[in-house]
Ligand binder design. Structure first.
Ligand SMILES: [Zn+2]
Length: 185
């Protein structure tokens, strides 16, 4: 069997040094690229550059994963009474009278303010059901989720449905919809 030094030796001899160029920082002559023998670099600077670029790629990948997690929150964790509200947008809301038209315009204004980074609580209230409160609320979230640079988490929780689920979790030990679950969201 060949010794390690014997195996390495021919490889080391193949290194083609560029004695016309020198890195003062690392006190090293440049090394020609293995493939072309035209371009040369300081081997240490070159390795440092490679490490940096790998680190950068890793950081970007981590950021993408974080963004994706935030982006998926709305779809994965929202609690809805009415499943038809999923992925609903402003364009799906067709006002049939002036009041509904105003409500839609106001909701779009609020969406724009959130998109521009304003922070505030919004209460959409009304005595009647079926007038589009949930629809407009979900539209604001959906549009935000799609428009913002995927760096915010949006979540839709139907309070009545949440209370039902918490109540159900008292008897159903398999359910993960406990009070603590919702508190942690
Ligand atoms: Zn160098």
């Amino acid at each position: 069997m060949q010794s390690i030094s014997q195996t390495l030796k021919p490889k080391l001899e193949m290194l083609n040094w560029d004695f016309n160029n020198r890195c003062e920082k690392h006190e090293s002559y440049f090394l020609f690229d293995y493939n072309d023998n035209i371009n040369s670099h300081c081997p240490v600077c070159y390795c440092e550059g490679m490490t940096k670029s790998v680190e950068q790629q890793e950081a970007e990948r981590a950021l993408d994963a974080e963004r994706l997690k935030k982006y998926n929150t709305l779809k994965k964790l929202s609690i809805l009474q009415d499943e038809t509200l999923r992925a609903i947008r402003f364009s799906d809301y067709k006002p049939t009278n002036n009041e509904e038209k105003n409500n839609k315009n106001e909701a779009i204004d609020f969406f724009n303010r959130y998109r521009n980074g304003e922070v505030f609580n919004l209460w959409i209230q009304g005595l009647n059901t079926g007038v589009g409160k949930s629809h407009l609320g979900m539209s604001i979230l959906e549009e935000l989720n799609e428009s913002v640079a995927k760096n915010r988490s949006c979540l839709f929780i139907d309070i009545a449905r949440m209370l039902e689920l918490i109540h159900d979790s008292f008897d159903n030990k398999e359910s993960h919809y406990t009070q603590a679950y919702f508190t942690d969201l």
